[in-house]
Design a protein around this ligand. Sequence first.
Ligand code: PLP
Length: 416
Amino acid sequence: MNEAAAGTAPALDVTTIRAEFPILARTVHGRPLLFLDSAASSQKPRRVVEELRRFYYEDYANIHRGVYELSQRASELHDQSRRAVQRFLGARDWREIVFVRSTTEAINLVAWSFVRPRLAPGDEILVTEMEHHANIVPWQIVAAERGARVVAAPITEAGELDLAALRERLGPRTRFVAVTWVSNVLGTVNPVAELVRLAHEAGVPILIDAAQAVPHLPVDVARLGCDFLAFSGHKTYGPTGVGVLYGRLEHLEAMPPWQGGGDMIDRVSFAGTSFAEPPFRFEAGTPDIADIVALREALAFLEELGRARVAAHEAALVARLEARLGALAGVRLLGRPRERASAVAFTVEGVHHQDLGTLLDLEGVCIRTGHHCAMPLHARLGLAGSARASVAVYNTLEEIDRFADILERTIATLRG
Ligand code: PLP
């Protein structure tokens, strides 16, 4: 299959890639599955599922507890996964990688442990209008408690960040900046290196929500220089139940724990408790061991394909999506960002997105409809919701064409 994307990267062999995802061969309502909702959660390659099975059948035990061989082996695999994430993100030190449940939990950890103690009445946390609720609500909760507030930098009509306005909002009261790398609705790729520079020039630490970036773009946190970065395993071809917080070591070392329990302590007595060093200080209780172990396979899958090649392939898919959907009568694409990754959201004149999603499902098409956990963004656009197609490395140009054809037919049916 020749799907060489714009650019110099050689084409990926998508037929071989698809064979690694058995679910893609199934039918839905008697139609071939056309999965265009990877921004919500990606499908899993065989090697991830097989590693889960293998681990439970052959190496499973609780970690960091037993002196026996099996526990040591499970602990070793868990540790190897942390080092794999470290390499994958380009972090300098394995202690900068904290395993959590998800992007949501990673952001909550930073909100409670890093930002909350630094907030005083009148302080501000700067986000943007295009954030997922996971990068809004945790800040609102800690801000409300401390008399601080969350301020949103606006977006332009094209659906890009308004950098001039963001600079203005980055003032003496700003204590923290939290920005998405890629919008889960508009697909806009934000200039995160520039945002890190702006935040640091103002003396403010910055968190990058990379939930929609890590599956699609090369990431190097040491080069980026961000203070924190979060992503979810389940959007990155990995299992559910595991996410990652990257935090600069000097920050993690200075942060108090946010949950107490086993595995995060140094010594415990009724007179008082001292805590373990990072990252263990932030990993109370038995972690999601098997999913953490299997996450390594998901990252290896992406690395072996080549992250630049994955990005190039997906750029071609997104360009085709924009071209085909943009040419359909009554279809309005949300935003026209210069750089877009994975997601293209749209509305159809005279058609409710929920009706559209329901009829498309009958054709075997999975897309997301609703507010996509971005109500403030939809309010800014004057919408209650939209439809969103999002691609991953296993999608093909032929699928995009098929989707556009089905969409056109479905719109005609709904309009009667
Ligand atoms: N941030 C962005 C940009 C997202 O798209 C999502 C999920 O869609 C999240 C955060 C939350 O991810 P999770 O539900 O895995 O915690």
